[in-house]
Design a protein around this ligand. Structure first.
Ligand SMILES: Cc1cc2nc3c(=O)[nH]c(=O)nc-3n(C[C@H](O)[C@H](O)[C@H](O)COP(=O)(O)OP(=O)(O)OC[C@H]3O[C@@H](n4cnc5c(N)ncnc54)[C@H](O)[C@@H]3O)c2cc1C
Length: 382
């Protein structure tokens, strides 16, 4: 099913696909084998302007909307999940939050490096006490003369092990807690009392690493507060809608590539004297994946267009994230089935993608959390 995009978005999507085919796809196998990113990759994305698309023009970005940014993630995620994650460094919570809420000094210190790919960051909200229920977090920031002292532990923080600085969300008013008692801090690598205590590889590609970090009497200056004290939870929530749309588009990109590979394999693989593509059992799997992807694209593209028009989309981002993260799991499962043994052999993209897409149902709010939000809205309307 073909979706009509505006001429500008069509041109952009074509350029992104060309770039991804030429520069990203050739790297995907090596990245999966070694679990390492080539050092030139992030600066390359920076050079092409992919890390600054959404940042406002006054800080050196391109000032684009969410739709083009999400199209970029869709195209990059056709290749490897990590490319979408890397590109989202430029439009993810941290750079946007610094551009919107940061002091002049914070903008000067961090934004240029994030946009040109010389600097990496991570966002630390989840902790052992508070995952889906972030309001149960226990990491604290206590006010002292001239600054704050942080104590606590965060885990599952993507990329924290090699970040130049981290955004940390901490309770600064134990009475108000998430109602104005949470603050965001920018903590530089090497700050005494801030340590990476563990790095986990995940069931997806080894290149995606989640770190545990610890703050033990970690002292930061007043200038490390992002936004105002007490604004941290709102700041984190501000990015949720866009983060969910970003995940939805990444799922569509991966699903699309899986379907493309499945169809190609079905045409070339002959069993019992005929190509798989001539068997109804296989055709039905291809058809179901096509319908799944088309439904996801329809809801995601419509929601993105409405967001860029400045409309309130309610729970649409949760609906998109829930549907697309579960949809790509179904498409990946069918792709493995169509490929047979080749679908479970390591080093083949289908096997890698099958593992990688499982993450999508947990990060950026799990499927259950999305269902809770959607159901709450349904019940409010009843
Ligand atoms: C790939 C990946 C990258 C991540 N990167 C980051 C990052 O960079 N920074 C960061 O801060 N966090 C990150 N996370 C953490 C992620 O946000 C949490 O894993 C997620 O919020 C779930 O929290 P939890 O793991 O503590 O699970 P829990 O909250 O313990 O939930 C366990 C299960 O119970 C379900 N559940 C929980 N409450 C309910 C309920 N009330 N009703 C029904 N079911 C419920 C959940 O949906 C889940 O299935 C990342 C996670 C992944 C997978």
């Amino acid at each position: 099913m073909k979706f009509e995009l505006s001429p500008e978005l069509t041109q952009m999507r074509d350029a992104l696909r060309k770039f991804a085919r030429a520069e990203l796809e050739p790297l995907e196998d090596a990245i999966d084998r070694t679990g390492e990113l080539p050092p030139h990759l992030l600066p390359l994305l920076g050079k092409h302007g992919y890390l600054s698309m959404r940042l406002p023009v006054d800080v050196g970005g391109a000032g684009m909307g969410l739709f083009p940014y999400c199209l970029m993630l869709e195209e990059f995620s056709r290749s490897h999940r990590v490319f979408g994650l890397l590109a989202s460094a430029g439009g993810g919570l941290t750079p946007i939050a610094i551009a919107r809420h940061g002091s002049a000094e914070q903008k000067r210190k961090y934004l240029a490096g994030l946009m040109d790919g010389s600097m990496r960051t991570a966002f630390a909200l989840t902790e052992p006490a508070g995952g889906s229920d972030n309001s149960a977090m226990t990491t604290r920031g206590d006010k002292v003369a001239g600054g704050w002292v942080l104590n606590g532990r965060k885990h599952y923080i993507n990329g924290a092990h090699d970040a130049h600085f981290i955004v940390v969300i901490a309770i600064t008013d134990p009475v108000k807690r998430t109602r104005g008692g949470v603050t965001a801090f920018l903590v530089d690598k090497g700050t005494p009392g801030f340590n990476v205590t563990r790095v986990d590889t995940t069931m997806g590609s080894d290149v995606i690493k989640l770190a545990e970090i610890e703050f033990a009497d970690c002292r930061v200056p007043d200038g490390a507060v992002l936004g105002k004290p007490g604004q941290g939870f709102d700041l984190a929530k501000e990015s949720l809608r866009d983060g969910r749309m970003a995940v939805s588009c990444s799922c569509i990109g991966t699903a699309d590539r899986l379907l493309e590979m499945s169809a190609a394999h079905a045409k070339s693989r002959v069993t019992f004297g005929k190509p798989l593509a001539e068997r109804q059992a296989i055709q039905w799997m291809l058809a179901d994946s096509e319908v799944d992807i088309a439904a996801g694209r329809a809801m995601v593209y419509q929601t993105l267009a409405q967001i860029d028009e400045g409309r309130d989309v309610g729970t649409a981002a949760s609906i998109c994230k829930l549907y697309c993260s579960e949809m790509v799991g179904r498409v990946a499962d069918r792709a493995v089935q169509i490929h047979g043994g080749m679908g479970i052999v390591q080093g083949y993209p289908v096997e890698r993608m099958y593992r990688d897409v499982r993450h999508y149902r947990i990060g950026e709010g799990s499927s259950e959390v999305q269902r809770m939000l959607i159901a709450k809205d349904v019940l409010k309307r009843a």
